[in-house]
Structures are given as structure tokens and as C-alpha cells.
Design a protein around this ligand. Structure first.
Ligand SMILES: Nc1nc2c(c(=O)[nH]1)N[C@H]1C(S)=C(S)[C@@H](COP(=O)(O)O)O[C@H]1N2
Ligand SMILES: [Mo]
Length: 244
């Protein structure tokens, strides 16, 4: 298939990650089934219109919500999680593998050694509420550059301690506002909001903002995960791509 727009390569250090727009990058993993055509049109339109990666709106400190709901306030059941939580997440590691030059594990302290980014953004939940908070974390791009993703990489799959899983394409993974966030409103990320580290992907709806992160795998296909639709949510009727 010919490229709709010349494939652009995004060079960052020694690593080239393809975040450009080509025809094969306009089809989301959940393109099949009843809603597939709709999902594909939405995703393709966003990727064509937004390929310059515009930033999500950022707010000022005085606009931060005093009451940010926490969905799933129940703690993850996991025994390791619970004991590590009381120990300040000392044993927690984020593993990164798949199509990377250097499969790695990052402790919380490791992640905090990278330059951080702080942003005040609006979280928009598909269930009809929204709230503004300040998030601090390491850009996902820094971690992907550190492990060295291979040029054929297409998705980053993310797994959570509570069993949620989802994936991002390279455009969202390398978006400057996509963070592995460990801070919220100037403090450590609270447990109900996904401690020790959650994803902030500011151009997508709430459910893509995974909490309780545990591991990431870089892949060139969504087929080997679950039913091949790229996300647990997509298998339950939500769109894999939830761009706003
Ligand atoms: N691991 C995990 N991530 C998750 C969820 C969850 O239940 N488990 N809920 C999602 C939904 S639907 C929303 S709206 C936000 C809620 O984030 P909050 O609890 O910080 O408000 O987290 C998202 N990420
Ligand atoms: Mo949500």
C-alpha cells in the first residue's frame, strides 16, 4: 500500500521510532466486528489530522480540582503489591521487553532519575465526569529511548497489577505529554490513583490512563494479545483508540 503521507522517521539519539502516518498505521487493532468501521474512521481521521502531535490543553494551578474522583478505590488484591505498598514500593519494578535492544527493569528511583515533566491537564472519563490535576512523571519516550526500540515497533502494550491491559501506538507513546506518572498535585501518586506509577496519555479518554503499571512490551502486532484487539477494554466494547 502506498503511503498517504510520506513516512516520517523520528530520530531520537540512536533510536528511530516510526511515528509517522502511513496507510498501514491508519488501521486500529479493533478494526473488525460491528463497530470496526467506525473505530477505523475515527482513528484514521485523528492520525491524519493530528500527525503533528498537538498538545492537550494545560491548565493553571488554581484550576486543579479539589476533588478528583478515584475510580476503583479498592486496592489491587495482589499480595506482593500490598506488602510493597507498605514498604513505599521499594521492590516495585517496571519491566520493559519485546522489540527493544535492551530489555530492562526500572525501579521507582530509576524512573525518577530521568528528567521529569509536570503538566496540569483534564482527565475525561467515558462515564461522564472530568477533573483537572497536576501530574509529574517521566515521559514514556525517555524510557523507550533508554531501552532502544526497534524500527518495526508499532505498539507498546502495558500491563497493570490489577489485570487491566491496553496498548498505545507509537504516536501516543512518543507524544510529549505521555507520561509514566509518579506524582499527582505535588505529592507521590496516591494508591487509589494508581501508585506507584500510572500512565497519563492526555489525548485519550480516562480508561486509557492505566493505573498500577507493572510491565510494558513493545510489539509489531496486536494479534498475540487476548483476542487481538489491542486492549482489554476493546474486548469489552470500548474503542481501542479513545482520542479526544
Ligand atoms: N489498572 C487500572 N487502570 C485504570 C482503571 C482501572 O480500574 N484499573 N480505571 C480507568 C478509568 S475508567 C479511569 S476514568 C481512570 C480513573 O483514574 P482515577 O482513579 O485516578 O480517577 O483510570 C483508568 N485506569
Ligand atoms: Mo473512566
Amino acid at each position: 500500500m502506498s503511503n498517504l503521507i510520506t513516512r516520517r522517521r523520528f530520530l531520537s539519539g540512536a533510536i528511530a521510532a516510526s511515528v509517522g502516518v502511513s496507510a498501514s498505521n491508519l488501521v486500529p487493532p479493533d478494526h473488525g466486528g460491528l463497530y470496526g468501521i467506525g473505530h477505523t474512521l475515527t482513528y484514521a481521521a485523528h492520525r491524519l489530522l493530528l500527525f503533528r502531535q498537538p498538545l492537550a490543553r494545560e491548565f493553571s494551578r488554581d484550576q486543579i480540582s479539589s476533588n478528583f474522583p478515584a475510580i476503583n478505590t479498592t486496592l489491587p488484591e495482589d499480595d506482593f503489591y500490598r506488602s510493597d505498598m507498605t514498604a513505599g514500593f521499594r521492590e516495585w519494578r517496571l519491566t520493559v521487553d519485546g522489540l527493544v535492544a535492551r530489555p530492562s527493569e526500572f525501579s521507582l528511583a530509576d524512573l525518577k532519575q530521568y528528567p521529569s515533566r509536570t503538566q496540569i491537564t483534564m482527565h475525561v472519563c467515558e462515564q461522564g465526569w472530568s477533573a483537572i490535576a497536576e501530574w509529574t512523571g517521566v515521559p514514556l519516550s525517555s524510557v523507550l529511548n533508554a531501552v532502544g526500540i526497534q524500527p518495526q515497533a508499532k505498539y507498546v502494550f502495558l500491563n497493570c497489577i490489577d489485570g487491566w491491559w491496553d496498548s498505545l501506538d507509537m504516536a501516543d507513546a512518543f507524544h510529549p505529554q505521555t507520561l509514566l506518572a509518579y506524582g499527582m498535585n505535588g505529592r507521590d501518586l496516591p494508591v487509589p490513583h494508581g501508585a506507584p506509577v500510572r500512565l497519563r496519555v492526555e489525548r485519550q479518554l480516562g480508561y486509557k490512563n492505566l493505573k498500577y503499571l507493572m510491565s510494558m512490551t513493545v510489539t509489531d502486532t496486536a494479534k498475540e494479545w487476548g483476542k487481538g484487539q489491542g486492549a482489554q477494554g476493546a474486548e469489552n466494547g470500548y474503542s481501542w483508540y479513545a482520542g479526544i
